[in-house]
Design a protein around this ligand. Structure first.
Ligand code: 5GP
Length: 144
């Protein structure tokens, strides 16, 4: 899907928000929902999405929603740092399939990084749901 198109309410993140699909929840407020990526590129790979949005990508989003979204990203990234003690954190966000986007509900990746560790492939192997739940609880415990 290119940058042009219409929002599909059947996308996986919309289903997670409606409770139709499971997710390992890390954090939630009135505006954002954060949960573990099931195909993590590193241990602790977390996603943050706007809860009330039909924007497929950043270009379509209301700036006020982006403010809430990135406030949530910072809050969760700080908690990831406290919980997992990474050496660095990659924050990424893709717009359109040619840029690497695969789910067309706006989202931001928080990817903890450790010295000397290469990233797993984007959309690679699936994580153990039980391990994701433990990680989600560890990160959630550090939310301030
Ligand atoms: P994108 O490629 O669109 O930037 O990122 C989509 C992300 O969603 C990918 O990192 C992928 O691993 C993740 N993902 C895809 N399907 C699911 C799912 O069903 N549950 C969760 N938690 N993450 C998913």
């Amino acid at each position: 899907m290119s940058l042009d198109g219409t929002y599909d309410a059947g996308n996986i993140f919309a289903k997670i928000l409606r409770g139709e699909m499971p997710s390992a929840r890390v954090y939630e407020d009135d505006h954002v929902y954060a949960f573990m990526d099931v195909f993590p590129q590193s241990r602790g790979h977390t996603l943050v999405i706007p809860k009330h949005s039909t924007a497929r990508n950043l270009l379509e989003e209301d700036p006020a929603v982006l403010g809430h979204l990135f406030g949530g990203v910072q809050r969760v990234a700080r908690a990831v740092r406290s919980a997992l003690k990474p050496d660095g954190i990659t924050i990424s966000q893709f717009n359109g399939a040619p840029a690497g986007q695969t789910v067309f509900h706006l989202h931001v990746h928080i990817i903890p990084r450790w010295e000397g560790q290469t990233l797993a492939r984007h959309g690679g192997g699936m994580a153990d749901p039980a391990e994701l739940k433990i990680l989600a609880e560890q990160i959630a415990a550090q939310i301030s």
